[in-house]
Design a protein around this ligand. Sequence first.
Ligand SMILES: NC(=O)c1ccc[n+]([C@@H]2O[C@H](COP(=O)([O-])OP(=O)(O)OC[C@H]3O[C@@H](n4cnc5c(N)ncnc54)[C@H](OP(=O)(O)O)[C@@H]3O)[C@@H](O)[C@H]2O)c1
Length: 337
Amino acid sequence: MKLGIIGTNWITEQFISAAEATGKFELTSIYSRTKEKAQAFGQKFTHVSECFSDLTEFFTKGSFEVVYIASPNSLHFEQTLQAIEAGKHIIVEKPMCSNPFEMKQLLEKLHKHPEIYCFEAARHLHEPNFKTIKAQIKQLPVIQGANLTYEKYSSRYDQFLAGEEPNVFSLSYSGGALQDLGVYLVYDAIAWFGIPQSSHYYPVKLRNGIDGAGTAILEYPDFNVVLNMGKTANSELPGEIYGLKETIRMDNAAELQKVELVDATGNVTMLSVDPAQNPMLAEAEAFAAVLSETDSLENKQLQQDWLAYAVEVNKVLYELRQSAGIKFLADEPYVDR
Ligand SMILES: NC(=O)c1ccc[n+]([C@@H]2O[C@H](COP(=O)([O-])OP(=O)(O)OC[C@H]3O[C@@H](n4cnc5c(N)ncnc54)[C@H](OP(=O)(O)O)[C@@H]3O)[C@@H](O)[C@H]2O)c1
């Protein structure tokens, strides 16, 4: 499949490398805000045949079949709509939309174009260790709660401290710790425990009102799930899921490189397999498999299931933001500021 890309940062290179490693994708088409940057980026890959600096032209004239969107968060929604209109399949970086109002419009558009497949690139959802945890939770006699952490110092925080406002620390670009790293933890919670009955976010806000870090509490009927996220410090805290006397322990709840079961007697069993060298390989393989056979009902269902997760994650992210009074520019057309 011919692949087009939007965004020329390191994450795009990592995804292309994973996508090409599946043997199913070839990067052919590049959009960047400047042609020079698109061409310079294209020189790193062998099959690139077209570079664009006009987004409409990219979509209307580009020969690619699948687009990978890795632009700042606030642009995902409009670019995904454009891609659907242009008849391209979509792999869009997390988070797919800034709020449920955008998500609703996107779903309506997809409903009118059932031939288009649209995936949110929630990397860890497709990894074997993620699935192992889900299966192991089913074996627990009860669930008494979980503490999940993903806190990594962002190189962009240096820029923020120097007085700049990089996209990932901007309300105008739908940034912040919750949208950027918390999204993985909300995926964990929803895929492993289901939809919470209520949720609350306690952010540490930076000078412009964006959340640099924060703690979310998701309430379930019989237990709570605590999510710790942040981009202004490094946490070494493991994640834990509590059964009765047993605990599932993981390194951090987004990268999932090491997962262990500590049983009722304290014995430790390693549950994880070594992750792939490229952390985006599992998702690239999953998307490639589905896109290779779009007529298959099973594949259609898989795509719908993944989309259903994206919708629920989007709702919870919004509820958490609302609880903390974090308003994005992207919310303005839909709610009073
Ligand atoms: N899955 C993962 O592990 C992972 C890791 C990192 C990031 N991400 C996701 O990938 C996406 C991109 O993140 P990032 O950190 O790479 O973002 P970024 O550097 O702020 O922007 C990404 C690209 O978008 C273009 N861009 C930058 N500012 C723009 C603006 N103001 N208007 C229009 N285009 C602009 C740039 O490409 P051009 O200059 O070529 O136009 C840039 O390379 C985000 O959604 C993020 O959540 C995912």
